[in-house]
Ligand binder design. Structure first.
Ligand code: AMP
Length: 576
């Protein structure tokens, strides 16, 4: 059904389909599991667990163990090497995705196939249908800050690339974007360019050339939008010159990009004057997106989880334009669509699509996880509102009861399918002894301390942290890049506030008895976090999927090195 909609997007049909799927989510889950096991039950991996042809949820969860990426790695490696393309799936895997790698320090390989591509399109279309009902867009273009990294061949001849690259390079992606009236305003040569700095410059240029057609400004993760407009602040005069003269800046050196851009660039002094005037009228870049792209209806991208720290800056650039948070998924597969576009990014939820995988949820309530034993996972329709869970995914691409590593909270139900709020990655970020602080705890601490800077009209551009065990006792170190140059006493106050804002009982009690040393705030030079981004891109990560690592592990030498050589000031907390 969805395939027929590619030519003309029929929002009501898409909504009808999701309403029907979500009304009987339990039955759809059982059918989906049956389909996955029918197709893949004969594989080496599933054979190993003695399902013997059974496809019901009880047999499945009793026989097949919960797995993390490291459990599946030997199988995936054999697929990558071309030794056994069917060890996880009935149909051979021919494409591999590299996950962003910013959470673990190095990219992981995961299988990718047509079913994942289809579910990606189903998610895009579903959320678009609901979004378009609230915020209709006309025929136009999208200024999309998307970047595709290189695809390469593995030893076994499989195509490998980041998940977003595999999606952008698939013909279905373009068709779907066209059907949703939001083709990207940049030519393919820009999206697929080998140097993302050059691609970003050209995305901005294309956006300006098509400024009246731009209906939506988007990226996969919000970080790319903020990064793009921070760059715009630096290069805007050069962009205006290019438009005025109809020539492309010499900073663009890739011949294919130059050739593609030359087809779009003609001398246009009138447009250059308009842009110049608009920018001159801005105060501290507030509302730049609205000013430059007057037909824009909203800004779209993943704004939840580790993207929340960029919201403030994004609101600043967006002016009055609404920020709409995009769907929830991973390189390993999609989970849910945002079908309530009116919710703010801070409250956004994702309704699980019950036909794209079989989902289980490990309850995280402490009393259920006693004596080091984890609680038993529950099915999709058995989750409880208000509770937090770790999510397990079984999908059509060879993952069975796979720990995605994310913590979600059930906020409600859409018909009978749960609406999830993303909470954080499950692995602990900061821990020295009995203290436990997650990505979310760090984010909240940084938010409160950053309030103190706001009075001076300064902001935290980006941040990360590490545990320093070279001192006795060990202590937390938080790295900040900030927009200006505040007085020492203000930063000392920020440092104390950070220390006090980790309200975890284990941390506070350890601090009081000095079992954890004073928190250290280190201020790094402007541009340090761009260097970190460049480092990950150099390793093959996709800019489109980039998430600043919020905690740098002791073995991540290069990032630690980038941070340490760029420290310009540091403060030790006197809060305890
Ligand atoms: P990747 O490794 O690049 O495939 O990133 C996947 C991870 O990004 C997920 O496991 C989540 O931790 C995070 N993520 C994806 N979508 C969202 C979302 N809508 N909100 C918050 N975090 C998300």
């Amino acid at each position: 059904m969805l395939e027929k909609m590619e030519e003309r997007f029929d929002a009501e049909a898409v909504i009808g389909e999701f309403e029907s799927l979500s009304r009987d989510a339990g039955a759809v889950q059982r059918e989906t599991l049956q389909k996955i096991l029918d197709e893949n039950g004969g594989t080496e991996y599933l054979q190993r667990w003695g399902l013997n042809g059974r496809t019901d949820p009880d047999s499945f969860t009793n026989c097949v163990p919960i797995a993390s990426h490291s459990d599946l790695e030997p199988y995936i490696q054999r697929i990558v090497d071309g030794n056994s393309p069917r060890c996880l799936t009935g149909k051979p895997i021919t494409t591999i995705s590299l996950s962003s790698g910013t959470t673990q320090g190095k990219p992981k390989f995961v299988p990718f196939n047509e079913e994942l591509m289809e579910s990606t399109m189903q998610i895009y279309k579903t959320s678009f249908a609901y979004r378009n009902r609230e915020y209709p867009i006309g025929n136009g273009k999208a200024l999309q800050f998307i970047y595709s990294s290189k695809q390469f061949k593995t030893k076994g001849g499989l195509t490998a690339g980041t998940a977003t690259t595999n999606v952008y390079r698939n013909a279905q992606f373009k068709k779907t974007m066209r059907a949703m009236q939001t083709p990207c305003c940049s030519p393919d040569e820009v999206i697929f360019g080998p140097d993302f700095h050059q691609s970003l410059y050209c995305h901005l240029l294309c956006g300006l050339i098509f400024r009246d057609d731009v209906q939506v400004v988007s990226s996969t993760f919000a970080h790319s939008i903020v990064h793009a407009f921070r760059t715009f602040e630096q290069v805007w005069e050069e962009l205006v010159t290019d438009i005025r003269e109809g020539t492309l800046s010499s900073r663009i050196t890739v011949p294919l990009i130059r050739a593609a851009m030359s087809k779009l660039l003609v001398p246009n002094p009138e447009l250059a004057d308009t842009i110049y005037r608009k920018i001159s009228g801005l105060s501290n870049w507030y509302g730049i997106i609205q000013e430059l792209f007057p037909s824009t209806k909203y800004i779209y991208g993943i704004m939840t989880g580790s993207m929340e720290p960029y919201l403030k800056k994004m609101r600043h650039y967006a002016g009055e334009l609404p920020l709409l948070s995009a769907d929830y998924g991973a390189s390993e597969g999609w989970i849910g669509a945002n079908v309530n576009p009116k919710l703010t990014p801070e409250t956004a939820t994702f309704a699980v699509l019950p036909n794209i995988g079989y989902f289980e949820f490990i309850p995280l309530r402490e009393d259920l996880n006693s004596h080091g034993q984890e609680a038993k996972p529950v099915g999709l329709t058995d989750v409880k509102i208000g509770e937090e869970y770790e999510i397990l995914v079984t999908n059509f691409a060879g993952l069975y009861r796979y720990r995605l590593g994310d913590v979600v909270k059930v906020k409600g139900f859409h018909n009978s399918t749960p609406e999830l709020q993303f909470i954080c990655r499950r692995n602990l970020l900061l821990t020295i002894n009995i203290d436990k602080n997650t990505e979310k705890d760090l984010q909240l601490a940084v938010e409160s301390a950053a309030e103190l800077l706001a009075g001076e009209k300064l902001e935290v551009v980006d941040f990360t942290s590490r545990v320093d065990l070279s001192t006795e006792p060990g202590h937390y170190v938080v790295f900040w890049e900030i927009s200006g140059d505040p007085q020492d006493d203000l930063l000392q106050e920020c440092c104390n506030c950070l220390d006090r804002s980790f309200v975890d009982a284990g941390y506070m009690s350890s601090r009081k008895v000095r079992a954890i040393g004073a928190l250290e705030l280190r201020i790094v030079r402007k541009g340090t976090f761009h260097k970190i981004l460049d480092h990950y891109v150099g390793l093959g990560a996709a800019v489109s999927q980039f998430k600043t690592p919020r905690c740098v592990g002791p073995t991540n030498d290069t990032v630690l090195q980038i941070l340490s050589v760029n420290v310009v000031r540091s403060y030790l907390s006197t809060a305890f």
